[in-house]
Structures are given as C-alpha cells and as structure tokens.
Ligand binder design. Structure first.
Ligand SMILES: [Zn+2]
Length: 82
C-alpha cells in the first residue's frame, strides 16, 4: 500500500484519534490499528474503525477512560495583549 497523498511508503501502527465531544472538550481513542505514511505523516484509519469510533462517541459517557490527562491551552489573543 502507498500513500494517496505523496505515494510514500506507509507503515502499520497502533495510533490514537482525537475527537471533540458535544461540550467542546476532547476525548482520545488509542490503540487503533492504522497506517501512517513515512514521508508525509498522513494517517489512514480503516472504515470499520471509523464507524466503531463514531459508535463509541455516541455512548462515550459510559466508557471508562484508561487515564485522564489535562491539556494546556494557550490563548494567543490574551498573550498578545499582555
Ligand atoms: Zn504521504
């Protein structure tokens, strides 16, 4: 298999996908089998996994996270003003 973007070599790996919840916060699904281009970094997730993630997003409140991390958010608007 070759990258659709640049024709580079793609490697299979377990990756993570970041999704946005209804309230705007983030949720990360990891351990997803995907392929990644060695050249441009383009990631391809198999269709049935995309469906699975969509399905999980609908009931994400009932899922138990392996870990919960906090994510620093830098507001550049504020940075420029001060
Ligand atoms: Zn590529």
């Amino acid at each position: 298999m070759r990258c659709f973007e640049c024709g580079g070599e793609v490697l299979e790996k377990l990756g993570a996908v970041r999704m946005t919840r209804k309230d705007g916060s983030m949720i990360i699904f990891k351990g997803i089998p995907m392929t990644e281009c060695r050249q441009c970094g383009e990631q391809y997730i198999p269709g049935h996994w995309v469906e699975k993630i969509g399905e999980l997003m609908r009931k994400e409140e009932s899922l138990t996270p392996e870990e919960v991390i906090s994510i620093p958010i830098i507001n550049l608007c504020q940075e420029v003003r001060t």
